[in-house]
Design a binder for this molecule. Structure first.
Ligand code: ZN
Ligand code: ZN
Ligand code: ZN
Length: 262
C-alpha cells in the first residue's frame, strides 16, 4: 500500500484567512496544510482509493499527479471533507464511467441531500457534474469483487457524530476522531502504518489532542504512525518535538509505503 497525504490541516486550513500568527506566516512548506484527505494506492491490484473530497481536491490532484480514482471512501460529511465533491466530475469524464462512493449510513444521507445532482443520471460522463453510485457500508466490503482487497470500516466518534475510518490490509486511516470504541481499537491492531488525527496539544471536544492520539497509538502499537488534521497552533517542528519515536507529523505531499502484506 502506498499512501499520499493530499492534505493534513484542520477545517480552516493553514494558513488561516486573516491570521498573522507564526505558524500561518511560517516559511516551512510543511506548515502549509490543505484540508485533510489522502489517496491510497493498492499497487499489487493497481486500485486507487481517494479518502474524502477535501475543499482543495482539484489543487491537490494537480499537485500530486492524481489523474485516476477507482473508489471514493468518505469518512463523514463535514464541509472540510466534502468541499471538493463536485471535482469528482473530472474523473468521470477522464474515466468515462460511474465512480463508486462508500460511506456510513449517516454520511450517505447527508451526501444524498447535499449533492443530489451527483446521483442522478442525466448525461453521464460529460464532465458537467459528478456521476456517482453511493454505497452504504456497515461492515467490511470488497469494492472490486470477492477475491480483491477487503476494506474494513473503523467506526469512531467525532464529538457526538459516528464517523468512519478505513483499514486497507496493513494500513489504516482514521481522521476526525475524538474517541475510538474498544471494538474499533481491536480493528487497528497488527498494523504497519496508522494515520490518526491530532488537532493540537490541548484537549478539544470533537478532536483528539496530540497526547490523546499518542496514547491510542501506544495502545494499538502499529510499526509507525502519522498524525493529520492539525490546526495552526503548532508548527510541524513544534508538534514533532512532542512525539515519541515511531510517530510523526504528516505533511501535504508526504508519501509512505507499507509492506503490502494483504
Ligand atoms: Zn475535519
Ligand atoms: Zn494562524
Ligand atoms: Zn469533522
Amino acid at each position: 500500500m502506498r499512501l499520499t497525504f493530499l492534505g493534513t490541516g484542520t477545517s480552516n486550513g493553514v494558513p488561516m484567512i486573516g491570521c498573522d500568527c507564526p505558524v500561518c506566516q511560517s516559511p516551512d512548506p510543511r506548515d502549509r496544510r490543505n484540508r485533510t484527505s489522502a489517496v491510497v494506492h493498492d499497487e499489487a491490484a493497481d486500485r486507487i482509493y481517494l479518502i474524502d473530497t477535501a475543499t482543495e481536491l482539484r489543487l491537490q490532484a494537480i499537485a500530486h499527479g492524481l489523474n485516476r480514482v477507482d473508489a471514493i471512501l468518505m469518512t463523514h460529511a463535514h464541509a472540510d471533507h466534502t468541499g471538493g465533491f463536485d471535482d469528482l466530475r473530472r474523473f468521470n469524464e477522464l474515466q468515462q464511467r460511474h465512480l463508486p462512493v462508500y460511506a456510513n449510513p449517516e454520511t450517505a444521507k447527508v451526501l444524498r441531500e447535499r449533492y443530489a445532482y451527483a446521483f442522478e443520471d442525466v448525461f453521464p460522463f460529460y464532465g458537467g457534474k459528478p456521476d456517482l453510485h453511493l454505497h452504504e457500508v456497515t461492515g467490511p466490503f470488497t469494492p472490486f469483487g470477492a477475491d480483491t482487497l477487503e476494506i474494513v470500516p473503523i467506526p469512531v466518534i467525532h464529538g457526538r457524530l459516528p464517523i468512519t475510518g478505513y483499514r486497507f490490509g496493513d494500513l489504516a486511516y482514521v481522521t476526525d476522531a475524538k474517541a475510538i470504541p474498544d471494538a474499533s481499537l481491536d480493528l487497528l491492531r497488527g498494523l504497519d502504518t496508522l494515520v490518526l488525527n491530532a488537532l493540537r496539544a490541548t484537549p478539544h471536544p470533537t478532536h483528539l489532542s496530540i497526547p490523546e492520539a499518542v496514547a491510542i497509538i501506544q495502545e494499538v502499537r502499529p510499526r509507525r504512525a502519522y498524525l493529520v488534521h492539525l490546526s495552526h497552533e503548532l508548527s510541524h517542528a513544534a508538534a514533532s518535538a512532542l512525539l515519541p519515536a515511531g510517530i510523526e507529523i504528516a505533511y501535504d505531499g508526504l508519501t509512505v509505503t507499507t509492506a503490502a502484506k494483504v
